[in-house]
Write a protein that binds this ligand. Structure first.
Ligand code: IMP
Length: 183
């Protein structure tokens, strides 16, 4: 089975490729689809429809975000913009005097073919550390510590991150769907 993953993020492709078995062949295509300002489910739904109109082949996209509870779930759908503007240092500064450091990552995989439009969700609870740690991964990985670990995602290699990852949880549901439908 061949599926296109529309993304510009090579780290996401590597994480997902680690999860697929031999009968799924994922091809990356980098199309700059519009990301509306809304919750990430809506962003993913719009994005996958837009990509499908362009490519008309079975494809998926993945949208994710970091939600920090003491900041009213900020940056959430603005995670990408906020990361580009203030980075992990900016996040640590915002939380400088904050005791409650709870946060979660959400991943939405949106799949579309001619018969289906499906969303699959994965959530990982954790907290924001007090400093940046680790050189692995991307984005907010060096400041996010998943529950039941004391390492940041940045201190984990890809395999270890996938034991906790929001993306892995979403992908597991997606691959179950793919095998049940025999697409
Ligand atoms: P997007 O889904 O590519 O728009 O990502 C939103 C933002 O969250 C980007 O800044 C990503 O770098 C960040 N992000 C998404 N997933 C992860 C992750 O697994 N670890 C760290 N940062 C992430």
């Amino acid at each position: 089975m061949k599926i296109t993953f529309v993304t510009s993020n090579i780290d996401k492709v590597k994480e997902i490729n680690q999860l697929v078995n031999d009968d799924i062949k994922i091809t990356q295509k980098n199309i700059d689809y519009p990301e509306i300002q809304a919750n990430i489910e809506k962003v993913a739904r719009k994005g996958v429809n837009w990509c499908y109109e362009k490519l008309t082949e079975p494809l998926f996209i993945e949208d994710s975000g970091l939600f920090i509870k003491s900041l009213n779930n900020f940056p959430g759908p603005f995670s990408s913009y906020v990361f580009d503007k203030i980075g992990n240092k900016g996040i640590l500064d915002l939380l400088a005097n904050e005791e409650n450091r709870s946060a979660y990552f959400l991943s939405i995989i949106a799949y579309k073919d001619k018969n289906h439009l499906k969303l699959f969700k994965g959530k990982t609870e954790g907290e924001i550390g007090k400093e940046r740690r680790g050189k692995h991964g991307f984005g907010y990985d060096p400041v996010f510590i998943p529950k039941s670990s004391n390492k940041t995602f940045g201190e984990m290699d890809r395999e270890e991150k996938n034991n906790y990852s929001h993306r892995k949880k979403a992908f597991k549901k997606f691959s179950k769907f793919l095998s049940s439908k025999n697409i």
